[in-house]
Design a protein around this ligand. Sequence first.
Ligand code: AQP
Length: 338
Amino acid sequence: MTEAAFTPRVFSGIQPSGGLTLGNYLGAIKRFVEMQESGMETIYCMVDLHAITVWQDPEKLAHATRELCAGFIASGLDPEKSILFNQSQVAEHAQLAWIFNCVARMGWMQRMTQFKDKAGKNAQNASLGLFAYPALMAADILIYHATHVPVGEDQKQHLELTRDIAIKFNHDYKVDFFPITEPVIEGAATRVMSLRDGSKKMSKSDPSDASRINMTDDADAIAKKIRKAKTDPEALPSEAKGLDDRPEARNLVNIYAALSDTTVENVLRDVGGKQFSEFKPMLSELAVEKLAPISGEMARLMQDPAEIDAILHRGSDRARAIAAPILQRTYDIVGMVR
Ligand code: AQP
């Protein structure tokens, strides 16, 4: 049984597990907007079912979901051009995830570094959902037959698992039904690191607020966090190889390059030889210039939560119109009677 060629379609998601960070923006959302503007069909999701794989306060989860939607729109996603919705409103994600739970192997899941990082030393106490997280992520993508998934570097392993699940499903049922998805990991900052520790990624759930720039931070907070960011005593190099073994310096230069839409090499051509005391204020100014309009627009949108809910409802209806026939076809392939 051979399906028609897959038309290009983009899907990605972000967890409403806290406020958006500069890492989410540079690693993911900036690419979401570029792909929307390229004219491809784009579907972007607030993955609330993923968020509850670790404890979420219900009120905060609802607030974070609306704020994430506001962040998407303020960053340039247009609900008329892209489908924007929250995952729990389209039940087909969870339904396909169950099928994928039965396709994926325990050994595959046990190799996932994100599970090991998040479960920590007490893996026995982690939720079953956290373990199964990558199968739900595969369902998020494949329920739309998405061909391209823009993500940060940290999601690379999960996307490889998505490909493995599609390959095994197609093989086991002797079909060519699910596409083999391409990860899109691009830009100067595919892995933005913590401002306090260049070996850890910047994360919305890091207990230290000083470790990250939140998309809702004001100019003073951004300047203070960059001023206090960990660095080394050396001046900036003139070439990228001079950043080897200098993770904190590399991180700040990567951020500068990504915010100014240029390459690390170009940045170093201008700032090579400068001390951090000179470079950090340049970076603060650039970050405030780029982020202030977004945080201002987020605050404005958050004043009308009913409008955000209406956008999510409309997006969910549009998403379901694509997902429902693909789920039905999957059920037919698997042998579910209807
Ligand atoms: N530090 C980062 N640098 C580049 N990209 C990043 N992303 C996240 N952190 C960075 C990308 O943002 C998208 C959404 O991520 P997510 O919310 O689904 O989960 P995450 O990757 O686990 O992000 P966080 O901020 O670390 O959330 P918590 O703390 O809740 O786990 C993805 O494309 C991701 O690559």
